[in-house]
Design a protein around this ligand. Sequence first.
Ligand code: GDP
Ligand code: MG
Length: 762
Amino acid sequence: MKRFALAGNPNSGKTTLFNGLTGSTAHVGNWPGVTVDKRDGVYKKCAEPISIIDLPGIYSLSPYTPEEVIARNYVLDEKPDCVINIVDATNLERNLYLTTQIMEIDVPIIIALNMMDAVEKRGDKIDAKALETKLGVPVVSISALKGAGLTELMDRAYETSKAPRKGRTVLESGALAHLITDVKIALDGQGVENPLFHAVKLAEEDELEVRAHKDTVNMVEEFKKTFKDDTFGDDFEALIADGRYKYISENFSSVITKKNKEKFASTKSDKVDRVLTHKIWGIPIFLLVLFAIFHTTFSEDFLYLGKIFGFSSLEDLGVNTEALGGKLLACFYDGAVFSPGVIINNLWNNIIVEYAFGWLVDIIAESGMSSWAIGLLNDGIIEGLKSVLSFLPWILVLFLFFSILEDSGYMARIAFILDRMFRKFGLSGRAFLPMIMGFGCSVPAMINTRTLADDKERAATVRVIPFFSCSAKLPILTAVAGAIVATFGVGNADLITYGMYLLGITSAILAVLFMRNTTLKGETPPFIMELPAYHAPQFKNLMIHLWDKAKHFIKKAFTIIVASTIVIWVLSHFSFSWAFLEDEQISESILAQLSMLVQPIFTPLGFGSQLGEFGWVFVVAAISGLIAKENVISTFATLAACLAAVASLNINGLDIEAEEGIGAVQAMINATGIGVPGLIAFIAFNMTTIPCFAAVGTAKAELMNGKSFKGTLIFWIVSSFLVAAAVYTIGSWWWTAFIWAAAIALTAWGVILYNKKAEKNK
Ligand code: GDP
Ligand code: MG
């Protein structure tokens, strides 16, 4: 089967074209660097089926980042029958930089001039025929988004693939051309494939090339001794890059006709960008946008209407919430109008989850099974499952917002603003892209760090990605926040969750700052990124994201989570001599006995020995979270029946029916007497500690060298203890904030001194 490879800059529409050609539904994002691995599919509308390979987006063929290596090696080694170079026509000159490099390889190419719809909308024109003549390769105008021109593109690509092609370079003039020609002839004589391409790369002193062609290097060296450019000295890499850009601007400004040259400087996007990427206001605006999202998702007093107008609660209105009408009403309103996220979540829980599982519980109760089996099924599995599933709508609503931010092009702006700030911390803005992906799931986020060129920058980023609270941690956040609001009557759930996300981000920044000045020192590579055009998010695209998310979450709930709840239930109902224990005897269980041993370690974090007899539940929950973070809450739910049984005996007869995640946490609060600082510290601990084992495995695979991986595990343990201890002590005794601040300052000072000394010794 013939193979055509799609190559182009990040965000030029490769994946959209790939999906259009192959009918698949790969992830499209208005976001450079979404595809980091190649993937393939089949196009069936030519004379024969054609395999299409979507390569990662790259700006050049110099192998700096792992993804550039993937793309370059594919084209050089796997020899596709044709390279479809997809070019973003709204940004022609910059995109052609890559084109001039691909052209040097001996492979048939065709240029897909994408986003022509956007060009036309601006009123600009691009002369594809003129471009074709100048470049000497076929050029076809398309719109991947609208599906226009795809058949013509593929038909011409098919024709093109029939004849071999010799590479050509645009660096045809000047002294450099001699060097390149000489090296090319030498390489050709040695029987090297793609001699032109390698000749240019050798002239650029590309490391990989120098190693691969040792004999030819001397020739280049000799030449270079005699050569000195006025502007670039002997920086041949810069010289060649400059040559390409000069060629492009001299030859291609004429193929574009701009409708209105003066006005071009301020398109709508530019005007919006002047506000959203403002030097000072950019970050506050972003924080405000984030808060609006959390408010809309989690607030029980939407737009603070209840506070402002002082509505009465349903009880005062005399509504019987037991009747379905009342229950339905209670999903929307209780003394305040709920935010859309809360309403959807209420509907899901009060109506769907409760009836579906209520029905199951009845069947089990009447089945005549032995009491321990009923306990395992009802208190163990079903409660655990319900507690996790009860958060599904919230997760989806939050991700809907995140997807909209991403797809509209706003997130890319944030990366751009943060680049200025990140640079001071030793990271490029590029590192922000995988971090934001971490809000979804750490696993793809860690894989995405392949877009980072510097290994140390990459390791630092992989380590802090879990601090960007993933969707599996969302149940922990919302359940604990909800329980705090319900039990202590302080704060709002939206403020607490928002605050915790910010705490995670702050911890990440501090940790990176520390690592980049100590164990992971290194230069921050430059960050080149184009701001993609703003556009309205695609409905279909959003739905694909959400559907993937929901599917993954439900599958995980019914596999890993169910299995874990069974283990927890068994360990909490048997003693070391394998005698079955009643709910009230939980303190004698294997689980309790083992975890009481480690309980004291967590005392400085606020959920250790000070919580007394049942304080170990927090330890168990945190440990079960190493399997999957959702387990933290399902473990609470599984233990809730036992603790409710004991708590109603011991503690003021409080008896909580643990129904969902929030109720489960309330049961823990009542059994242990834990306070707000301890609870917040518990969230902080789970957010910054070792992530779930899937993420740990990914980190190991991505970091490759074992030493850095061990360091990573230690890093996670240390940082979670520090962050949680800080939260707990400051929350309990505010003045300890000064001690922490002093400790941070002292550490910073020590690091600076040490680095100065090390520099001197060099
Ligand atoms: P990739 O990074 O090269 O794989 O690019 P994607 O396929 O993920 O697309 C990047 C962004 O450009 C997405 O927001 C697409 O919706 C958008 N896009 C892709 N093709 C077109 C097109 O032909 N016209 C317009 N206006 N937008 C497009
Ligand atoms: Mg892509």
